[in-house]
Design a protein around this ligand. Structure first.
Ligand SMILES: [Cu+2]
Length: 153
């Protein structure tokens, strides 16, 4: 009976824009479709986005690990501008991993990512300039080499 409220439509458009902006950063989508707003069929997705404001804006960095299960990150160094930084981690292996960002004192500063196999997940943090680490929190993995350096300027 009730119609879609204008605010819900605005939210959907905003989050669609943010998603397109984020995914356009690293991947090679050659067509420019930014002028085509998606139909407002994403009210559930819009609610999710609204609940996680830390994920909007900023830069998304892609990290992966060898499919063989070797305990390392690729790449081993990342850089970003200060602000919201998201690491999108792809684990193609059957060995569980995750990613957490640590500041210079070793404190975890990113949103929690559960340990997982065969898929991808993201973690975000609002970072000031400085040197950070990104590590896998599965016991022993950081010590075995699952650690990288993130320079924020
Ligand atoms: Cu790991």
């Amino acid at each position: 009976m009730s119609r879609t409220l204008p605010t819900a439509t605005t939210l959907a458009l905003l989050s669609t824009g943010a998603l397109m902006f984020a995914s356009g950063c690293g991947s090679a989508s050659s067509t420019n479709e930014s002028a085509n707003p998606a139909p407002a069929t994403t009210s559930v997705a819009a609610k999710k986005e609204a609940a996680a404001p830390a994920a909007t804006g900023g830069v998304t960095l892609k990290v992966t690990s060898p499919a063989s299960g070797n305990l390392q990150f690729e790449p081993k160094t990342l850089s970003a501008k200060a602000g919201n930084v998201t690491i999108e981690y792809t684990n193609p292996s059957p060995v569980p991993h995750n990613v957490a960002i640590l500041d210079a004192s070793g404190k975890e500063v990113s949103t929690e990512m559960e340990q997982f196999t065969s898929g991808n997940k993201s973690t975000s943090a609002k970072l000031a300039a400085g040197i950070y680490k990104y590590i896998c929190q599965v016991p022993g993995h950081q010590q075995a080499g699952m650690v990288g350096e993130l320079k924020v300027s």
